[in-house]
Write a protein that binds this ligand. Structure first.
Ligand code: MLT
Length: 310
């Protein structure tokens, strides 16, 4: 029997390559190929499996060239870079690794919450510049504040747990969260409008879907309390960035911490350059631990499927 062949077209940990080889799968490691759609279209026909992160865009046109392809494995959670309808029409399975980077992403959201509460990036830049602006950077405590968590699933659930450890009150909006589970998690399940009206900090942990797109629209942002701080380490497109920028300028929103943007790579954005807006370049899953976990998981899952169909 000929060995299945996998292409790794994004920067995955070498652990993935080792696992494919150990499992008896031929693997080509071309971590920059995913950015070159013409080259990818040229070679994809040779492969049974494609392992990616977020740089490779698996479009309908790529899939048209993928005559042998059986599985696309996303080392990470979001599969928004894969045309899933086109894949399913061709019978190509799309799999992700929903658990490998959830702790890391939750920790990034908590780090961003601290950063925006105490203006750490701006205070650091000012201190590096030799300014010693001690009175400029007055912060707020997290203890006893209300954190509104939109989406209390894998990542949101860990954020709830960490926030409770920080002695915050946690209110969660999540249609899939049962009252019983909320009670066990020590959080209060609320409707979105109540969360918006009560939260001192709001953090988003939902995927981008037709239901969640623009969940923090101009209209919903207007329902928040004055002085709210907003954290988005989930997906660009969940928050109306133009409307948020206006509310930051008016002083209604006291700060924002964004890891994800409606257009990525984000080189321009209405939030850029505003005071007390902390931005990172989609680093939510960027730890050595998480990248090892997702590489290992995607390689094992894809190998299982290619070798046994399971
Ligand atoms: C994910 O969906 O796993 C994260 O957003 C991480 C990433 O895309 O790199």
């Amino acid at each position: 029997m000929t060995k299945p062949k996998v292409l790794v077209s994004d920067k995955l940990s070498p652990t993935a390559v080792q696992i494919f080889r150990d499992r008896g799968i031929d693997v080509d490691f071309e971590p920059d190929l995913g950015k070159d759609k013409d080259k990818l279209a040229e070679v994809i026909g040779q492969y049974d499996g494609l392992a990616i992160r977020s740089a490779t865009k698996v479009t309908e046109s790529i899939l048209r060239h993928a005559g042998k392809l059986r599985v696309v494995g996303r080392a990470g959670i979001g599969t928004d870079n894969v045309d899933k309808d086109a894949a399913s029409k061709k019978g190509v399975i799309v799999m992700n690794t929903p658990f490998g980077n959830m702790i890391t992403t939750a920790e990034h959201a908590i780090a961003m919450m601290f950063a925006v509460a105490r203006q750490i990036p701006e205070a650091s830049a000012s201190t590096h510049a030799g300014k010693w602006e001690k009175s400029k950077f007055m912060g707020v405590e997290l203890t006893s504040k209300t954190l509104g968590v939109i989406g209390a699933g894998n990542i949101g659930g860990i954020v709830c747990d960490r926030a409770r450890g920080l002695k915050m009150k946690v209110v969660a909006y999540d249609p899939f969260l049962s009252e019983d589970k909320a009670q066990k998690m020590g959080v209060e399940k609320v409707e979105l409008d109540e969360l918006l009206a009560r939260a001192d900090f709001i953090t988003l942990h939902v995927p981008l879907t037709d239901t969640t797109r623009n969940i923090l629209s101009a209209e919903n942002l207007a329902k928040t309390r004055k002085g709210v701080r907003i954290i988005n380490c989930a997906r660009g497109g969940l928050v109306d960035e133009e409307a948020l920028a206006e509310m930051l300028k008016s002083g209604h929103v006291a700060g924002a911490a964004f890891d994800v943007f409606s257009k990525e790579p984000a080189t321009e954005n209405p939030l850029f350059g505003l005071p007390n807006v902390v931005c990172t370049p989609h680093l939510g899953a960027a730890t050595t631990e998480a990248q090892e976990n997702v590489a290992l998981q995607v390689a094992e899952q894809m190998s299982d499927y290619l070798l046994t169909g399971a």
